[in-house]
Design a protein around this ligand. Sequence first.
Ligand SMILES: Cc1ncc(COP(=O)(O)O)c(C=O)c1O
Length: 355
Amino acid sequence: MNTADIVRPDIRQMKAYAVTDVPAGFLKLDAMESPYDYPEDMRKALGEHLTQVPIRLYPNPSTCRLLHTLRETYAIPAEAEVVLGNGSDELIERLTMLVSKPGAKVLAPAPSFVMYRVNAEFFGLEFIGVPLREDFTMDLDAMLAAVKEHQPALVFIAYPNNPTGGRFAREKVQAIIDAAPGIVVVDEAYGAFSSDSFLGDAGKIPNLVVLRTLSKIGFAGLRIGYASSTPEIIGELKKIIPPYNMNQLSLAAAEFALQYPQFINENINKLKGERERMRTALHAYAAVRDFASEANFLTLRVPDAKALFDKLYENKILIKNLHGTHPLLEQCVRITIGTPEQNQQVLSVLAEMYA
Ligand SMILES: Cc1ncc(COP(=O)(O)O)c(C=O)c1O
């Protein structure tokens, strides 16, 4: 067999997403993971809990306890149905599949989370990225004009946005939901760090889907995302989500995790505090432009993003160099917020370079 004859030509042209191989001893501040591990006693309790999990059985992601716990913990409206995804990544993929009729279009502000575009391409759909303003706020007129012109079947709005960190104005997002002819996904991957949310509207607005994840609040390794929307939309989505997409160990570990909201919330509050402390510290450097963030990372523009990336790398700190990924991200880097000690390490390198 010759794969060239079999595999879709556009897939043969693609490159696989390369998850960074982090050298030992490095501080990993490139992917918005939480820096906080469970304390020893909680690790032990989790271990005990997992010994009870029936791994010989398939899970039932539609009826598992975690669904109810998520509803209660995050006050998901009774009108909404909820479906779990193997990370919100899987839900982004399936939502795109759901609308993938020939000629359908996907629209999002740009720059935003790369998987919106990637998934549109997987399903052969045209992707329209509507540029943000220079300060990374949303250009509502341009968004509304693009919605009118392209009539997208699917709009993605990351709220707050990745990789820019800011939260778009709620009224602008609402205006897009009102104007869009299709589904609008408000992706709240960073919702825990934000001052606003659309989760309370899930199930009440016919074309709204709210996506959330446990990844950014301490559990990236579990791969737990969830979508909340009307029974109609979630009903369609459930038809194309594999019946056993979640695994018993993750479901049980997430269920355990949510029994300790204090651990989660304290960490969120520490990270929000650190984010503001970092921003204030950075104001001292005229060469560094920082952007308002409601996420667990800061996006900065510096004189030479690669030089900063390299200098941090020399100091065994891994961040994300955004330069070259979108014209608006010229000389920008994205740095995940860590513990106070970790952030101090970052700040001392920045001080060396820009003070
Ligand atoms: C905006 C946004 N949505 C979704 C995701 C995917 O999160 P996960 O698949 O870990 O739930 C990310 C991850 O970086 C993200 O930034």
